[in-house]
Design a protein around this ligand. Structure first.
Ligand code: KIV
Length: 274
């Protein structure tokens, strides 16, 4: 029996219970300090592979590795004790076969201690979702604008703009739900289609640039805090921390250059006393 008693995280069944109920609050998170700040306000934190772009300055998510996801996953787990933490499976770590996906996903679960993994794709990865969930790994799906397919899409393009595209995306949503995913992200999806899918499937949908009708919403935290100079158009900014950080750094630089640095006097004074 575990001796860890002070940590009581949101569970997979609790996230599933948000279907047609109170919206599920989700944000991305990549590091320990921000995990601590978000923890009591969100139901779910996603260690998204968007960290490749946000934290590491990559052009897209394709260069993100399993080791990077595990490093950031561990940090978010250390900084939190309430929200359910989901770690993204990066490009190349799950597409080949259900067996390889299981091996890599079990590494993520064992090494980070997170609850679940997320993987992109609909019908084409349904067999893998089934394989993992049958073996104890909760999976969050992700359909619509799936950034790991950016080279096929030819850019970050909203999916389902024409009704002709809808049946395939509806089939993807159903396949993911039938395979056992506990929730599914609908990213960059035409509003009426996202609303329609939300009504059709039995698991919660989590929208990002999709529809207010989804069962929950997720944003990239740095986008909503004003740290990304070019956020996607749909993002509502709740703070503008970029200029605040610049202002603080400018004040610090001026203090250092003018030898106005009171903190150090105290340190030296203490040393002298000791
Ligand atoms: O990687 C990520 O941050 C994501 C969200 C945008 C859903 O997948």
């Amino acid at each position: 029996m575990s001796i860890v008693t002070e940590i009581r995280r949101v569970t997979v069944p609790e996230i599933k219970a948000h279907k047609n109920a109170k919206p599920v609050v989700c944000l991305t998170c990549y590091h320990a300090h921000t995990a601590r700040l978000l923890d009591s306000h969100v139901d779910l934190m996603l260690v998204g592979d968007s960290l490749g772009m946000v934290m590491h300055g990559m052009e897209n998510t394709l260069g993100v590795t399993l080791d990077m996801m595990i490093t950031h996953g561990k940090a978010v787990m250390r900084g939190s004790k309430h929200a359910l933490v989901v770690v993204d499976m990066p490009f190349g770590s799950y597409e080949e076969s259900p067996q390889i996906a299981f091996r890599n996903a079990s590494r993520v679960i064992q090494e980070t201690g997170c609850t679940a993994v997320k993987m992109e794709g609909g019908a084409r990865i349904a067999e893998t979702i089934h394989y993992l969930t049958q073996r104890g790994i909760p999976v969050m799906g992700h359909i619509g604008l799936t950034p790991q397919m950016i080279q096929i899409f030819g850019g970050f393009k909203t999916q389902g703009r024409t009704e002709a595209e809808w049946p395939a995306l509806e089939a993807d949503a159903k396949a993911v739900a039938d395979a056992g995913a506990f929730a599914v992200v609908l990213e960059g999806m035409a509003e009426p289609l996202a609303a329609k899918i939300t009504k059709q499937i039995v698991i919660p949908t989590v929208g990002i640039g999709a529809s207010v009708e989804c069962d929950g919403q997720i944003l990239v935290m740095e986008d909503m805090l004003g740290l990304n100079p070019n956020p996607p158009k749909f993002v509502r900014q709740y703070a503008n921390l970029g200029p605040e950080i610049e202002k603080a750094v400018k004040a610090y630089a001026a203090d250092v250059r003018d030898r106005r640095f009171p903190g150090t006097e105290n340190v030296y004074a203490m040393k002298r006393v000791n």
